[in-house]
Design a protein around this ligand. Structure first.
Ligand code: C2E
Ligand code: CA
Ligand code: CA
Ligand code: CA
Length: 280
């Protein structure tokens, strides 16, 4: 018998229904992709000026779908976050990245990057034993904690709670904390008073127009001054041109990431890049 509580009956429009179906279908496919080894991790260089040596890499996940080809993380990470599979996928990414850098350190010695930066979702960070998971990944790979950074977004930590507890625990291990997409959240500066942070990743939206005088440069400048004043490292993201790199360098930025220096690839080139910016 139908419920007679007076609650409005939820009507599923075809569009809603389609989206729900797509969500369930994609979720099942992510589950299968984990079992069938369809995920890869690629690494994008973060270069240090003025030498443009690769000081660090950011680990970014890729899904090599047998039919659809390469699926963007923007399409499946949000689904994995909602259905909880990000916990398993994220741990696999973390372990893969730690093993990769440990391997480069053996193969390349001092030419290996100092650090690998791994994106961590709110859902992972909020789990009670996240720091223990990280400690286990470090121990199994033999990677020193100081060679790992976790990238968290402002939204993952602004409510405080277990996420911030986890950041303190990670810090105690010696892992660096990077605030991702910095400046795009709703309490960017306030967070710096309450959340342990080592690195600010200044969002691409502040880098795009940094070659224009006026507002864009003022904002990129201010974000750099905040990082410097607090003793944090600033990494500018999404640097696509030599002009942007030079403008950022003039503002004081020493760590840059973006297509101008290299796209995310399985095996980055760790020799100093040829695209060295002019040193003032
Ligand atoms: P994000 O963490 O902000 O990563 C930076 C994104 O910008 C990457 O996209 C990277 O390929 C792209 N990018 C880097 N340089 C440039 C540039 O010069 N120009 C432009 N237009 N784009 C650039 P990607 O790999 O598609 O990842 C998109 C987002 O998906 C990431 O944004 C992150 O939020 C999420 N994501 C990727 N991998 C992971 C992961 O392993 N775990 C989690 N939780 N999220 C991930
Ligand atoms: Ca990131
Ligand atoms: Ca980012
Ligand atoms: Ca982003």
């Amino acid at each position: 018998a139908a419920k007679q509580t007076g609650e409005p009956v939820r009507r599923w429009t075809p569009a809603l229904d389609e989206r729900a179906g797509e969500f369930v279908r994609l979720g099942a496919e992510i589950r299968a992709a984990l079992d069938n080894d369809q995920f890869r991790v690629v690494y994008q260089p973060i270069v240090e000026l003025p030498s443009a040596r690769v000081a660090a890499v950011e680990a970014l996940v890729r899904w090599e779908h047998p039919v659809r080809g390469l699926v963007s993380p923007a399409a499946f990470i949000p689904v994995a976050e909602r259905n909880g599979l990000i916990v398993e996928l994220g741990e696999w990414i973390l372990r893969t990245a730690c093993h990769r850098l440990a391997g480069w350190r053996v193969e390349l010695g001092p030419a290996a990057p100092d650090r690998v930066s791994v994106n961590v979702s709110a859902r992972q960070l909020a789990r009670p034993h996240f720091a223990a998971t990280v400690a286990a990944a470090l121990a199994d790979s033999g990677l020193p904690a100081s060679c790992l950074a976790v990238e968290v977004t402002e939204t993952a930590v602004f409510e405080g709670g277990q996420a911030v507890v986890a950041l303190h625990e990670l810090r105690a291990l010696g892992v660096r904390i990077a605030l991702d997409d910095f400046g795009t959240g709703h309490s960017s500066l306030g967070l710096l008073q309450t959340v342990p942070v080592d690195i600010l990743k200044v969002d691409k939206s502040f880098v795009d127009n940094v070659t224009e005088a006026g507002r864009p440069t003022v904002i990129a400048d201010a974000l750099y001054q905040v990082s410097a004043g607090l003793g944090l490292l600033a990494v500018a993201e999404g640097v696509e041109t030599a002009d942007q790199a030079e403008a950022l360098h003039r503002l004081g930025y020493r760590y840059l990431q973006g297509y101008h220096f290299g796209r995310p690839v399985a095996e980055p080139e760790f020799a100093p890049a040829t695209a060295v910016v002019a040193v003032a």
